[in-house]
Design a protein around this ligand. Structure first.
Ligand code: AMP
Ligand code: GLY
Length: 422
């Protein structure tokens, strides 16, 4: 079967790498992909948010299944577009429809859903332009720091954590006045939770689910989790504190009620759910839902899946996921992200990448690369993700770092302390 993966980052390269290993997959197409995906599949120049372009690619290449990497096409309804199209309606889209993708697309919806189903999450209230005075009153009932979130998708920039009450009020006003465009028409204000974060993933066909490996993501640009937020500078899987006892709480208090809640509300969810969790003194709380896999978490968790991931995906499409087998490698995988100097601020693109043929006993996923004049060059802030296995976390880190040191491009930067807090 020919399949199409939408997206262009390290997550999509990791999906393409894994799915290309399946006997059931004949050709992997990636739209638009990057220089890494071009080496294992066929890149199609398309914009995943332009559904007509996706349709054209599907028909031209006899695609029989579409797997959506990033959130934007899900939130704007690519799944619904396929279902409502006479020609495409029998081609499964792996990723939730618009209604189910509200778990990520609307923080107000997600918080209300969590509250309705008594799933542990920070205390919150939502406000719009008409209730801005009440927002100030609510802020005063909370202790600093204040957590302020734009309701809609804001390219990872819509969450602010502010220490001063006056600054918090100003930020709420700025969001409601359009700082993040329509994403800030509603604002969620919530209690700050103190703890250590982790990312938990499932794949579901709407009735049953499989728990995928969990991971810890390193979001800050600087060592010791300092400086600006990024898309993620590294990842580790498994997460040592996510032991059997903790994961039992995650299943019972968070995953099971989420699946049950979706079904009770008549929302058919088919795809991946990413639970952004925080461990507060041994108890898990939901920080956010995402309607997709994480990046760079995918680059650490996908190499730990031993079974055929395509079989699971087929189970989602056919609604028989419960009958499928999932086997996880108990070794650690650590991922080091190599970034362009200056990222997440201004950075230059088009730098030639050297040493890609050198790494051993690891896999280098491309995050922001492209071909230019027969050379592989940088084309994004996050450029390469170096994922390596090890019997211990340390062994995996030594291998990731040794391999990272073989790669180079002008102004390359990476964090030297991934895993430091574990
Ligand atoms: P989100 O986009 O919802 O994942 O939020 C971005 C980041 O803000 C999270 O990864 C957390 O580090 C932080 N954050 C969000 N909500 C809270 C909260 N209620 N308490 C503490 N930190 C939070
Ligand atoms: N690494 C966090 C995310 O994918 O949203």
């Amino acid at each position: 079967m020919n399949i199409l993966i939408l997206g262009s980052g390290g997550r999509e390269h990791a999906l393409a790498w894994k799915l290309a290993q399946s006997k059931k997959v004949s050709s992997v197409f990636i739209g638009p992909g990057n220089a890494g995906t071009a080496a294992i599949g066929i890149n199609i120049p398309l914009n995943p948010e332009n559904f007509e372009e996706v349709k054209k690619a599907v028909l031209e290449n006899k695609i029989k299944m579409v797997i959506v990497g990033p959130e934007a096409p899900l939130v704007t309804g690519i799944h619904d577009f396929f279902i409502n199209d006479k020609i495409l309606k029998n081609i499964p889209v792996i990723g939730p429809d618009k209604s189910a993708a509200r778990l990520e697309g609307s923080k107000d919806f997600a918080k209300a859903f969590l509250t309705r189903h008594k799933i542990p999450t920070a205390l919150y209230k939502s406000f719009d332009k008409s209730t801005v005075k009440e927002a100030s009153v609510f802020l005063k009932t909370l202790n600093p720091p204040y957590v302020i979130k734009a309701d809609g998708l804001a390219a990872g920039k819509g969450v602010l954590i502010v220490n001063d009450l006056l600054d918090a009020e100003n930020e709420v006003n700025a969001m409601l006045a359009g700082k993040f465009g329509s994403a800030g028409q509603k604002v969620v204000i919530e209690q700050f939770l103190k703890g250590i974060e982790l990312s938990v993933f499932i794949i579901t066909d709407g009735s049953s689910y499989k728990l995928l490996p969990e991971a810890k993501d390193y979001k800050k640009i600087g060592a010791g989790d300092t400086g600006l937020n990024t898309g993620g500078m590294g990842a580790v899987s498994p997460v040592p504190f996510a032991d059997t006892g903790f994961m039992k709480k995650v299943s019972e208090r968070i995953i099971d009620p989420t699946i049950k809640g979706l079904s009770e509300e008549g929302i058919l969810y088919k795809g991946f759910i990413f639970f952004g969790l925080i461990n507060v003194n041994g108890d898990p709380y939901v920080i956010e839902y995402n309607a997709r896999l994480g990046d760079p978490e995918s680059e650490a968790i996908i190499p730990r899946i031993k079974s055929d991931l395509f079989e699971l995906i087929e189970g989602v499409a056919e609604g028989n996921l419960a009958e499928k087998n999932l086997e996880i490698d108990d070794r650690f995988v650590t991922t080091i992200m190599l970034a362009s100097g200056g990222y997440p601020g201004h950075y230059e693109k088009g730098k030639e990448i050297f040493g890609l043929w050198l790494p051993r006993d690891c896999v280098v996923f491309h995050a922001g690369t492209k071909m230019s004049d027969n050379k592989i060059v940088t084309s994004g802030g996050r450029v390469l993700a170096v994922s390596a296995w090890g019997k211990t976390m340390n062994e995996a880190l030594v291998s990731s770092y040794r391999n990272a040191s073989l790669l180079s491009f002008e102004d390359m930067y990476y964090r030297m302390d991934i895993g430091f807090d574990l």
